[in-house]
Design a protein around this ligand. Structure first.
Ligand SMILES: CC(C)(COP(=O)(O)OP(=O)(O)OC[C@H]1O[C@@H](n2cnc3c(N)ncnc32)[C@H](O)[C@@H]1OP(=O)(O)O)[C@@H](O)C(=O)NCCC(=O)NCCS
Length: 411
């Protein structure tokens, strides 16, 4: 197992990678070849990497999908890591860890500020700096209860939507995520809406409002007597009631509605009965790829004005290491290095005025990821992910990163 190296995947590698995938997760399900082609097209040429041995035999592969994700109501590039698998004969020797380090470096080169993934082996991802960020919560409503929302809809009926509405759905979702200062969900691009809206199984409706322009949309599907809502966006109560009631109108044949939602989705405040919160929920993990870029691109509470220091040790992405001054005001923030370690363990180089009046809290990439996702500092201390610092700075950091991010789809 010497001479392992990480290189870009080429078209010619795909059959070998598909074989490794089959040995990891079984054969592709019916229709899976279309999905496989789509994700390959999306990631070949820079975002799909392989570990190969001295004979250039592929032992492992993984990809970082080019996603956009919302944090504090502002959007930033996120590398969605998926399709990580190692040939069974090569496992247990650090191959996946090597692959992940290759993906981290590549995401940094390509400008991804953060990365997220759904883990099957959290230890693997913790080893390279990821930590649990939040849930993908699934809620179940009785379709009948949603049908009853019709009475709140103001009598307006949504219209069917098709591929020509792709740009509109993209714009409506972007606006809703910005206005709601949402953290966690992806923002699919117009092209992926076009694909979804062209899919025969997708049912889609737009709520055109009362001459004031479109107010929202819903995309959902029906299988096994269950209505599955993919996305529902509504900018007022009437539109929400109209869209949910269209889904619920299927209650005579499909008594159950499932949806991945913000636990604080306003439907909980208007539905006539509470949702069943499915016990099973996936957790996703996050890693900061480029700290100053991620901070600059995130939205923060406009009510907050504070400056706090933070020391980061990130051996896999050393550009994140050092002591950072975090200045937050007017809904934005910036992270400025005040002390950076020199390469090769040299003395500290000072790039800015050293204004650290007390020792800052010190975190590794896992602690930084969890803090970013709203884990309170006392909890991080209990988990051993922070050292140093002081109670005042802890309170400031909690206020800066407070929130409960969630995702609404698996990738
Ligand atoms: C999970 C998988 C990618 C690990 O590959 P690998 O090359 O053996 O991983 P590494 O040797 O780099 O292991 C690093 C860490 O990952 C974790 N890990 C590895 N295999 C694991 C397993 N089967 N279960 C739980 N954790 C595991 C361990 O924490 C390990 O550290 P340790 O060796 O110090 O205990 C590989 O077993 C695989 O392809 N499995 C099937 C597909 C899969 O689950 N992919 C992950 C999708 S998110």
């Amino acid at each position: 197992m010497t001479e392992l190296r990480v290189r870009d995947v080429t078209e010619a590698d795909l059959p070998a990678i598909l074989r490794i995938r089959a040995r990891s997760f079984g054969p592709l399900p019916d229709g899976g070849d279309r999905w496989w082609r789509r994700v390959a097209d999306e990631t070949l040429g820079g975002r799909m990497l392989a570990v190969v041995d001295g004979d250039d035999r592929v032992l492992a592969s993984g990809r970082a999908r080019p996603f956009e994700q919302v944090w504090g109501g502002r959007h930033q590039p996120m590398g969605g890591v998926a399709g990580v698998y190692v040939d069974p004969v090569a496992r247990g020797r650090g191959v996946a860890s090597l692959l992940m380090r290759g993906l981290l470096a590549r995401m940094a080169e390509l400008g991804d500020a953060i990365s997220c993934l759904f883990p099957t082996a959290p230890g693997l991802y913790r080893g390279v700096g990821y930590e649990f960020g939040g849930p993908l919560p699934r809620f179940t409503y009785a379709a009948q209860d949603l049908r009853g929302l019709r009475s709140l809809s103001g009598g307006l009926r949504p219209r069917p939507a098709g591929p020509d509405d792709a740009e509109l759905l993209h714009a409506l979702m972007r606006t809703e995520q910005e206005r709601g200062r949402v953290s966690g969900p992806r923002l699919p691009g117009p092209e992926s809406w076009r694909v979804q809206l062209a899919d025969d199984e997708t049912i889609a409706n737009v709520h055109d409002g009362r001459g004031s322009g479109p107010r929202g949309f819903v995309t959902y599907s029906l299988a096994d007597e269950t209505l599955k809502v993919d996305d529902l966006v509504a900018d007022n109560g009437e539109a929400a009631a109209a869209l949910w009631s269209v889904v619920g109108s299927g209650s005579s044949a499909a008594p159950t509605v499932q949806a991945h939602l913000d636990p604080r989705d306003p439907v909980a405040l208007i539905a006539g009965a509470e949702a069943k919160h499915d016990v099973e929920q996936h957790l996703w993990m996050l890693r900061i790829i480029d700290l100053p870029r991620a901070v600059a691109a995130r939205g923060f509470s406009p009510a907050l004005a504070t400056t706090v220091h933070l020391a980061v040790d990130d051996p896999d992405l050393p550009a994140n290491s050092g002591t950072w001054r975090l200045e937050v005001s007017g809904g934005s923030a910036r992270a400025t290095p005040v002390e950076r370690p020199l390469p090769a363990e040299g003395p500290l180089s000072v790039e800015g005025p050293v204004a650290v009046d007390r020792p800052p809290a010190r975190l590794g990439p896992r602690g930084l990821a969890a803090l970013w996702c709203g884990w309170p500092m006392p909890r991080l201390r209990q988990a051993g992910l922070v050292t140093g610092g002081n109670p005042e700075d802890d309170c400031a950091l909690d206020a800066v990163f407070s929130g409960a991010p969630y995702m609404t789809e698996y990738f």
